[in-house]
Write a protein that binds this ligand. Structure first.
Ligand code: ZN
Length: 118
């Protein structure tokens, strides 16, 4: 297992988690992800495994449609650090672009057809 740490752009929101070495990410074509354009962690992670450090009021929440997914963003810099998935309640994916030492452009990309499947 590898310990990964990450943050939004301004550093107000930080997170860490342990996972097998990350070699791929997923991109989704739903109305939200198409606009966000982020490469997300492929394995949905239970909240217990994601250590979130954010001062009170640092995280904004955006929801739409069925409002099952929780799309978080930093209230200061606007960056998306992680979200609770629509498909797996209580599970999160992180923005791999926020993870320290990881180059999202070097990772294998899996496409999820959220536009039609969510
Ligand atoms: Zn920020």
């Amino acid at each position: 297992m590898t310990l990964y740490t990450g943050s939004c752009h301004c550093g107000a929101v930080r997170f860490s988690f342990e996972a097998d070495p990350i070699q791929k990410g997923i991109r989704c074509n739903c109305s939200m992800c198409a606009r966000k354009g982020a490469l997300m962690s492929a394995e949905p992670m239970p909240l217990e495994k994601l250590n979130i450090e954010a001062p009170e009021g640092a995280l904004g929440l955006y929801q739409f449609g069925a409002k099952t997914a929780k799309h978080f963003f930093c209230n200061t810099c606007g960056i998306y650090p992680f979200h609770e998935t629509a498909r797996f309640a209580g599970h999160y994916r992180v923005n791999l672009g926020c993870v320290d030492g990881l180059d999202p452009l070097s990772l294998e990309v899996e496409i999820f057809d959220g536009k039609h499947l969510l």
